[in-house]
Write a protein that binds this ligand. Structure first.
Ligand code: RB5
Length: 151
């Protein structure tokens, strides 16, 4: 599975921590930046390229981190085919994939600690979309809404 990660200054230190853990676990990660800590940087500059890569299939799952995770989620959901959500606990991290085919997880670097973030990320990455009829019906509705609003 190809993974992409991105963060602004609010999520930089958590990004570095997760990168290290995921690479040590054998994941291939593309780092969309920031590559160094810049207190003046802007989250759309890193999250948009990550979301574009998820939308285009260059990466299978994305991890976006800003201070709260809110801005990251807002940017990521501007891209057709991206299903992003701000996640703060492990149940939603896997259920979001199993039911809603969540493909880009957003975290708040100023909100959760490194150990919880690690558990959330592994719950997200280990989860698979169930493909059950009721969930697919909802995703099909979502795709129709997306097609209308991205015209
Ligand atoms: C940056 O200070 C902060 O506003 C940003 O990281 C994020 O929390 C926005 O949602």
């Amino acid at each position: 599975m190809k993974i992409g990660i991105a963060a602004d200054h609010g999520g930089f230190s958590l990004k570095q921590h997760l990168l290290h853990i995921l690479e040590a676990d054998g994941y291939h990660i593309t780092d969309f930046g920031a590559k160094s800590l810049d207190q003046q940087d802007d989250y759309p500059d890193y999250v948009a390229p990550l979301a574009r890569a998820v939308a285009g299939g260059l990466v299978d799952r994305g991890i976006a981190i800003c201070g709260s995770g809110v801005g990251a989620a807002i940017v990521a959901n501007k891209f057709k085919g991206v299903r992003a959500a701000l996640i703060t606990e492990t149940y939603s991290a896997h259920q979001g994939v199993e039911h809603d085919e969540l493909n880009l997880i957003c975290l708040g670097g100023r909100v959760i600690g490194p150990e919880l973030a690690k558990e959330i990320i592994f719950a997200f990455l280990h989860a698979r979309y169930s493909g059950e009829g009721r969930h697919q019906r909802r995703l099909d509705k979502l795709a129709r809404i997306e097609n209308d609003s991205f015209k």
